[in-house]
Structure formats: structure tokens, C-alpha cells
Design a protein around this ligand. Sequence first.
Ligand code: ADP
Ligand code: ASP
Ligand code: MG
Length: 423
Amino acid sequence: MSLIVQKYGGTSMGSVERIQNVARRVAKWHAAGHQVVVVPSAMSGETNRLLGLAKEISPQPDSRELDMLASTGEQASSSLLAMALMSQGVPARSYAGWQVPVRTDSSFTKARIKSIDDARIRGDLDSGRVVIVTGFQGIDDDGNITTLGRGGSDTSAVAVAAAMGAAECLIFTDVDGVYTTDPRVVPEARRMAVISFEEMMEMASLGSKVLQIRSVEFAGKYRVPVRVLSSLTDPLIPLEEEMTSGTLITFEEDQKMEAAVVSGIAFSRDEAKVTLLAVPDTPGVAYSILGPVAAANIDVDMILQNQSVQGTTDFSFTVNRNDFARTLDLLNNQIGPAVGAGQIVSDDKVCKVSIVGIGMRSHVGVASLMFRTLSEEGINIQMISTSEIKTSVIINDKYMELAVRALHKAFGLDTESGQAANP
Ligand code: ADP
Ligand code: ASP
Ligand code: MG
């Protein structure tokens, strides 16, 4: 008998029939003698619907109230799942984040989990119940409901698994694992049976929405075995088959296929670029620009400063598209005048495309194949950033899918033999 945490995403919870199927799958694990904690997302489309209502009321709604609103989606799906389980004869009880409690900081709409009290959950498990904990939400020290950022139910699930020392955290979703890239963009993408923790971190942080980045961080910090698998298979497939399906995030690097240098392509459309032209090239300028941006709680991603010509230089950086309006406002009204920038230009029609692979550490020529491939497609690279195991470029977002498909092919990811031979 093991303690298993199972997370079901929005599509998996998307209708009454799907919720009943989730209940059948959970009932199968329960009947096999496992203790099961389920973490559901809101039914698909529900979080967007709620946030859309808020936007109709106000262009910039209050973030505390946004969390009050958005958290209701998970409360509804959790109670429906509890009812579905009970109607199938399985004792079950659902809890909202505040009832557990899942304690977070007070950063509304992007709160971080600080601790989870598992006493109530354990009590129910020990009395034979399936426990359902709402994904995506928690409570801060002042008793306010918080949410964990889009895709945050993944993080709720891994955090519950970490807090309870679960044997495995199963992330059930609408694809049957982690692919070489998003299979919706490249139909030839292939599922990986295992992916290293480091590669999964990069893929998630560079935009692969299959897992929220913080869930991967939690998995790494607490060594939680995480498996991504499909919720759309027959719910009654044998447990042994289910337990070896999908993609396992592995902490053992040597389990990785040896030869593949690039193992995945990630992309993100959530990007925006701003440039201050002709700022003085003097000590302290980067700080004068980025200090107020950080103080406004805006995350900066890529930064590019050119060599100075006649004592001035151009300074560009990228931010999440959600923060674009606020960033521009800050630059135009505060930072630009303060540093004496010549002009401020901006572009929110950019995207980031990245190649990822732990094999890149020991191979040269990987980035140059990326640049050649993009040039052959006539795609202009606006910014580049590299780390040990990834190279990212910023390009015009109308070329995003073309770039992803071309790179997927160029690195041989369409076939197993092609991938093994990539440079
Ligand atoms: P859920 O609602 O279950 O959390 P998400 O939509 O958040 O599901 O994540 C699953 C989706 O992630 C898939 O439908 C797929 O389009 C997308 N995705 C992006 N990159 C990848 C990848 N590398 N492998 C698999 N899926 C990916
Ligand atoms: N329902 C939330 C969202 O749509 C959380 C999640 O699905 O993980 O972002
Ligand atoms: Mg998700």
C-alpha cells in the first residue's frame, strides 16, 4: 500500500462524464489498497471564464479579489469529484486550500506555497477516505485566499506529495507524457519515456506549459517522483500498465539516452521586448533601469546591452507580456526621463524559442545549427541567450510555429534515429 497523489487538469475534469471517469480511475487505485490524495484543476475554460468576467468589470481588477474569484473554479470541481466518488461507493471528502491549510505568501495571483499541514488529510486517509484537495490555491497569514499562478494545480499536487512523503505524484493530463515539443504544434513530436529533472526545469521555465515551473522546482527540492500521463485512456486499465506509462522525471542523469544532444524544443508567446535607445554608458545605468522594474515586482528575462558609441548605448530587455503595459508605463514616466534615454521603443509581438538538452554541455556547434536553421527560414533573431543546457532566441511571433517545426526537424527530433545523431 502506497500513498499516491494524483493531479487532474482542466480537460481531464472538463465535463460530468470526465469527472465520473476520474472517479473510476481513482476508485481503481483505492480498491487496490492505495491511499489516494487527488488534486483537481477547475473544469477546462472555467478559470479563463472567471478572469474574463473580472476584466469586463475592470481593466485592472484588484488582485486579492481576482484570487477570491479564480479559486472558486477548483472548489466546484473538487466537490463534484467527491460526489462522483461517493456515488460510486468510495468514501471521499474535499477540502479547499484554506481548510487544509495550504499556507502561502501574500503575492496574490502568483503566491508561493510556504507549508502544508497534512494532519486533516492523514486523518481522512487513515479512516479509508479518498481526500481531494483543491489545486491552485492557498491562504496567506492574514486569512486571504491566494492563487499560485496559471497552471498552479501542478504545484499544489507536487507540494502535497512532498509534504506527505508520497510514493509518487501522478500528473494526469490531456497528453500521454512530455514530448520533444508541444505535439499540438509539431504532430511528429515524440513522447519521452524519461526526462531528466534539469531538462524538465528548462522546458517548463522556457514555456512548455505541460508542467508549471514551480511544480518541477518542488519535485527537485524534495525529490518527489513525478510522472506525467494521460487521463484520457480507459480509466480501468491495469495499475501496472498505468504505473509505467507516460513520462517519468528522473533525477538520475545516466538514465538519459546517451547520444541526444538536444532533447526538446520549448517556446513561449508570453514575451514582450522594450528598448531604451541612447542611454549614457556609465556605471549604475543598468541598476537605474532595472532597479525600479524589480521594485515593481516585474520579472525581467533576457537583457541585452550593446557596446557604446559616443558614450551612449542601447539597452533592451524582455518581460512577460502580462507585465508589458506596466513596464512601458514605468519606462515612459519614470525610468526613461531619470536615465536620460533618447527614446523608448517596444514590441509585444515577439516570442521565445529555445532548444534544450543536457548533452549541449559537452558539444559545440549546437547553437550554430540553430542559427543556420533559422536563417534558412528567413527568420531574424532579435536577441540570444544561452546557458549550459539551453539556447534561446527572441523572434517575431508570427514565425514561432515555423521556427519550432524547422528546429524540431533540424535536430532530428522527428525520429529516434535522427535524435540520436543530432550534432
Ligand atoms: P492540464 O489542464 O492537464 O494542466 P495543460 O494544458 O496545462 O493541461 O498542459 C498540457 C498541454 O501542454 C498539452 O495539451 C500540450 O499542448 C502542452 N504542451 C506544451 N509543451 C509540451 C510538451 N513538451 N509535451 C507535452 N505537452 C506539451
Ligand atoms: N485552473 C488554474 C488555471 O487554469 C490552475 C490549473 O489549471 O492548474 O490556470
Ligand atoms: Mg496545466
